[in-house]
Design a protein around this ligand. Sequence first.
Ligand code: C2E
Ligand code: MG
Ligand code: MG
Length: 713
Amino acid sequence: MTADPQGPAPPPDPPEAGKARAAPEAASPRETARESAQTFPERWTAMLRRHGTSLHPTKVTALGARTAAMICEGRPASAATTLVGAHFTDPDLLVEAVGLLRRAPSSQTGDPAGAFAAAWAIALRERTLRQQETIRTAADVARREAEQALHASEARFRALFEHAAVGIGVGSVEGEILAANRSLLEMFGARLEDLRGRAVTELVHPEDTPEIWQAYEDLIGGKRESFQCDKPYYRQDGEVVWTHLTVSLIRDEDGTPRYQVAMLEDITDRYRLQERLHHQATHDPLTGLPNRAAFFERLEELFATAAPGAHFGLCYIDLDRFKIVNDSLGHATGDQLLVEVAGRLATALGPLGHTVARLGGDEFVVLLEHCDGEHDAVAAARTVLGALREPILIDGHKLAIGASVGVLERPVGTITPGAAVRAADLTLYRAKEAGGARWTLYDARTNAEAVSRYTVSVRMPMALDRGEFFLEYQPLCALTDGSLAAVEALVRWRHPLLGILQPDEFVPAAEETGLILPLGRWILSQACAQAADWQRRYGRLAPQVNVNITARQARNKGLVADIGRILADTNLEPGLLQLEITESTALGPRDESLRVLNALVDKGITLAVDDFGTGWSNLAYLRDLPLSGLKLSSSFIGEPSGEPVPDSDVAWRIIGGLADLSRSLGLTLTAEGVETRETAERLRALGCDWGQGWYFGRPVTPEQLEELFLANH
Ligand code: C2E
Ligand code: MG
Ligand code: MG
């Protein structure tokens, strides 16, 4: 053993010392000469310095002086013991010390070198024994500490297990429950005895998914390390507790599965809340019936899971006189009525296994998930009507309500859920049209017609927002010289699926649904902006712009304000705007439209009657309305069908008569559908003012119309 190597680095040895250490016995003559000049303590200390590698030089000096003194006092054994005690244990040092002692002045008695060596050996052995003892004690302490630590960690784990807020259960891989903590017992309302020894697989619940138990099998089979799921359990008292479950596998050091540990968090409250929210989201708050969303969800599920060839049935129900009750007796009564109707429907149809849902307002639907044919669906519809036959008594009012039912019965794969509900709804409409209080069975052909009307009108509001409508302009030309007199704005719909739709394909639906009002406003502002633009750029030469308005628009009081605002916004001179109304508008219920039309003319706008001559015209309106023009229907002159009218001669004479009439009333007469030069020529000869038709130009974009206009001038 050498001096402690961890101590401070010793000062570099003098070169002589290095040599002396390398060959302590064979000292060179020079060295011996120098040594002989030194005293023994000096030589002794110098020797220690060469070996006292880690001690501070002053300490080595002191130690050298002390031990040299001991030797000089005849106590070499003490010197040896002291040196070993100070970690001078290098065998080379012993050899050197013995050499030095031998050469020392013989003032000493006995054999100091021998005594020194013997004491050194003893001291060294004792030191070694002491060190071994120290190591053994240290090992003992370490072991005891490790045991304590293990114990503490076990205790900590046990405390954790016992007092954890989550329920923890430990089971064998065979599935036997071995332990359960307090939380788990509380959660299950059970004692440890109730659980210990039972099989994990006994803890099934009807709402468990097959995946849960598959994951469990995989886990105990060592195929997976853990899994998580939400799982319900029966408590000891039979109540259900919902848990978030995490099961992990515990393996041996060699990897063999040994235990399963389940941690369960009680999520019953959260689950119930979730259920309540789901119920709220899927049920109508008023009647408690499944709502529209839930109904569609159910229908979609049925379509996704039904056996091939299975049939389903739908009864779409609308109450006949609900609106009257609501309007006359108030909403509270209306609500009570709906609740009563819902109750009757559920009572009558629920036991048959049919689903009753409320789609909104006074519309209900019955879904027959299993339907053996039309007769089944019709039977359900009869049950509906039967259930609502008896008047409903609310607040002393006896309300005979009645309903119309559209009945649909189809094989599941032949139709989508959305199309099925639409078809049932459209079928219902036929029951309504026929007077209500009846059911009507779905008919494919009638449905197809209605569907096209429906798809068009359903998409229309969106189409307006998405800018799918656009206007084309067709010239109206003076028959005398062919100059451009006016243009007619004609609306088109760029339908994303059906391509470009002509007004005949959607204006009637817009009129029926009322969408003509926003659409008409858009057409008017668009056409007026265009007219104003031309007015700015071409001044006096700018053409008048004709815009068609429907009967519904003409009856709408808002039209006057709308047009006033549009004129103000676009800064268009009112005289450049002409509205075309149909004869039916002119002849229809007069009061409101007459007021509206008069108010418009007061603003400086002009009016023309479109498609003149197609109705059984009672010409009285020519006297009552503030008109500026008549537009002769193209059917009148035989074009555009290309075929001459049966008695064309008579027709031409009538046109001539109308031209005279117009002139005498100061009206501009425009002939529509002019396709050839001959027709144009003949109309001019008869005294018509303007012509419109392919001969003069087809409906085109504003830019194309400008080209025509510029070519004209
Ligand atoms: P209308 O007002 O009598 O418009 C004239 C219709 O005859 C236009 O059909 C036009 O394209 C067509 N036409 C013009 N010249 C000829 C010709 O020489 N030969 C043939 N075969 N046809 C010709 P369009 O654009 O399909 O409009 C049809 C009807 O739809 C219009 O009849 C009008 O009643 C209505 N309509 C068109 N645009 C609008 C609008 O912006 N608002 C309203 N409310 N109705 C509109
Ligand atoms: Mg027109
Ligand atoms: Mg016309």
